[in-house]
Design a protein around this ligand. Sequence first.
Ligand code: GSH
Length: 255
Amino acid sequence: MPDTNLPSLVYYDFPTSPFCAKVRSVLMYQRAEFTTVNALAPRRWLALRRHGTGKVPALEIDGRMVVDSTDICHALDALFPQRPVIPPDPRERALCHAIEEWCDESLYFIGLRHVWLDPANTKMVRRRFAPGPVGWLAWRGYRRLICTQVRGQGTGRKSDAHIEADLRRHLDAAEALLDSRDFLLSDRPWLCDFALFGQLRFIGFAAAGAAALALRPALSAYSGRVRQACGLPVATTHTHGGPSGTADGSNRGAR
Ligand SMILES: N[C@@H](CCC(=O)N[C@@H](CS)C(=O)NCC(=O)O)C(=O)O
């Protein structure tokens, strides 16, 4: 018989999104029971536009739509106190927040630029959309949206060499933060770890990102530890091309 004390969780997912990887890994870490839905199916997408920001991830908790990966993870932290993701100590909590924001608001744009603006990845991205003219139009429209975002934010206006140096500095920082620890703040993962895991995974989908990460075995081992904590298979995570899921929203290879 289903446990009626458990909340009903309906998770709006897209396999390649770094923010979805963050929330999905938190859900799995917490051993939550949830239903995953295709966020790009027209009916779901309309629900997202009506009740949220129109972005993924989103999580319906007992019928209440929560949007933005940070808000979702805070809501999950409250729902599953036996496996918290927000540190109780105020200083650790503040650090966790600052690192999470760095991942979400800074690292993300490097991944976005690599994946969408580097011609080396065009074919890989196009394959995620349906074949034929409708898929082509969807890909073109989404690409235009992303290019506008990345150029407006500034990362899309930098040269390849500039971005390479930025990424190197970020990855140096991630390695230095880890030092000899298993996770960023302690011997167990907190929300900042799930955020970094999601962005490293996304950066690794791009050819240049995968090449940069291949030189960082400490970061690959770290991603492996996060996966293990979530009960995910410890596979090679930084693989150019990413999971096999497609932009039709199917969840094949979402992990
Ligand atoms: N701050 C948001 C960012 C979410 C986000 O940008 N999601 C992207 C996918 S990676 C999206 O839905 N983009 C579609 C759009 O901008 O319309 C979060 O943490 O959830």
